[in-house]
Design a protein around this ligand. Structure first.
Ligand code: PXG
Length: 446
């Protein structure tokens, strides 16, 4: 399908009221980039220009855009029942989705709490961790350990355990107390141009022992990490790093939470990064690919021991005073069910795994282009790090982003790093087209 009708043009005044998220509003509104339609691997601008989607929207449209099966499932659900209260009431789609999604989760993560976003999933997981220790009679375990350069959404818990300075500094006096951070694992000097997992850095997991020694294990509730740090520029964990974190957490009775908001649902060619790395966390936060982004939804997977402990601790009545009006929203649940079905019937996770070698090859073909100081990859994730311009960090990669858009490809930049995460339906020819376009844009930038 090639959409043709251009919607009404948006003039400057029509852009003003919308305070855009994580956007340079004045710069954008002076020179907007508008997407009006989407289907399969492509977006279209209002003028009808076709744009190849190199980032699955924002790490989320894993099955490609405008999938008929999802559209129909959501439409049918909307006609059947638009909404039902989630507190003290239930509806079939939420239970059906819970049953379907725990089936593909790592063994033991057999309960799921629904939210509406990655940020809410993170807050929910952190709160469940504290509740779990408290009802076990271990109420002193309140500290939360995050990591430098981590992104865990934008709510107070998430920015507190997160490690991105601009996301924290405005609210620094209000961050939650009792948080410490592991060092990040990015090491260009030792690992630049690694293919797949970098060889150096497993010892950085041992920093958790140092943090435990400082605070004492009896005060620490949980460690939260992204298996691959996405937002700060595709930081792939060193070989053995996540396993080592798991061992240290086990040794000290600390819960391990994987934030799989971008790595979940096939991105690495396995259902979750936990499967790829062979490390099962105690909780896993997801969103994005859960519904193919057609309707917002997030979730927290929880090990049965955690669920049992919390719900059995209360003799009667509500066990966890937490939840959202839209937890398990019928439209999101319908979208989720149709999405999981698509992943399975089309074998999209396996497809990602089989495309990964070509993806790696294509990405690393950009080595040697001007300003490219590192290329990273795993599954269908790619990162291209560019040398920042002296005195103007971020501008070089941003120009590549704008040039790619003008040439017909959507990429994502964070600082001077290009991040790539195409829909899992991408084909070999489109991989080459995407990488060629990026290569041309890199060659054109000064
Ligand atoms: N955790 C992780 C690991 C994420 O990547 C969130 C939580 C928050 O999800 P919500 O749904 O609340 O946005 C995310 C979101 C980027 C980028 O540039 C990535 C995200 C959001 C915005 C930009 O890579 N991921």
């Amino acid at each position: 399908m090639t959409p043709t009708a251009a919607p009404e043009a948006l003039d400057r005044a029509a852009l003003e009221a919308h305070w855009m998220p994580f956007t340079a509003n004045r710069q954008f509104k002076a020179k907007p980039r508008i997407l009006a339609k989407a289907s399969g691997m492509h977006y279209w601008t209002p003028e009808g220009r076709q744009i190849l989607d190199g980032v699955a929207g924002l790490w989320c449209v894993n099955a490609g855009h405008g999938r008929r099966e999802i559209v129909e499932a959501v439409a049918t659900q909307l006609e059947t029942m638009d909404f039902a209260p989630p507190f003290q009431m239930g509806h079939p789609p939420a239970f059906q989705l819970a049953n379907a999604v725990v089936k593909i989760a790592p063994a033991g993560l057999d309960h799921v709490f629904f939210t509406n976003s990655g940020s809410e999933s993170v807050e929910s997981a952190l709160k469940i961790a504290l509740a779990y220790h408290r009802v076990r009679g271990d109420a002193a375990r309140t500290k939360l350990i995050g990591r430098e350069r981590a992104y865990h959404g934008v709510n107070f818990g998430g920015i507190s355990v997160g490690g991105i300075s601009p996301n924290r500094k405005m609210w620094s006096a209000s961050l939650i107390p009792g948080v410490d951070h592991l060092p990040h694992t990015h090491n260009l000097a030792a690992n630049a141009f690694s293919r797949g997992e970098p060889a150096n850095g497993v010892n950085l997991a041992d920093e958790l022992e140092r943090i435990v020694a400082l605070h004492d294990a009896s005060t620490i509730a949980a460690v939260i990490v992204e298996p691959i740090a996405g937002s700060t520029g595709v930081l792939i964990p060193p070989v053995g790093y996540l396993k080592r974190l798991r061992e240290i957490c086990d040794r000290h009775g600390i819960l391990l939470i994987f934030d799989e908001v971008i790595t979940g649902f096939g991105r690495l060619g396995t259902p979750f990064a936990a499967d790829y790395f062979g490390v099962v966390p105690d909780m896993m936060t997801v969103a994005k690919g859960l519904t193919n982004a057609a309707v917002p939804m997030g979730a927290v997977f929880v090990r049965h021991g955690i669920y049992d402990t919390v719900v059995n601790a209360t003799p009667s009545g509500i066990e966890l005073f937490h939840g959202y009006t839209y937890s398990g929203h019928p439209l999101a649940a319908a979208a989720g069910l149709a999405t999981l079905e698509l992943y399975q019937t089309e074998g999209l996770f396996e497809r990602a795994a089989s495309l990964a070698p070509q993806w790696e090859q294509a990405l690393h073909s950009l080595r040697g282009l001007p300003h490219v100081i590192d290329i990273r990859n795993l599954g269908l994730v790619g990162g291209i790090e560019m040398e920042p311009r002296a005195g103007a960090p971020g501008t070089r990669a941003f120009e590549v982003f704008v040039d790619c858009f003008n040439r017909g490809a959507l990429i994502r930049v964070t600082g001077d790093i290009i991040a790539l995460s195409p829909p899992l339906i991408i084909d070999e020819r489109q991989i080459d087209e995407l990488i060629d376009t990026i290569g041309s844009a890199i060659k054109a930038v000064s």
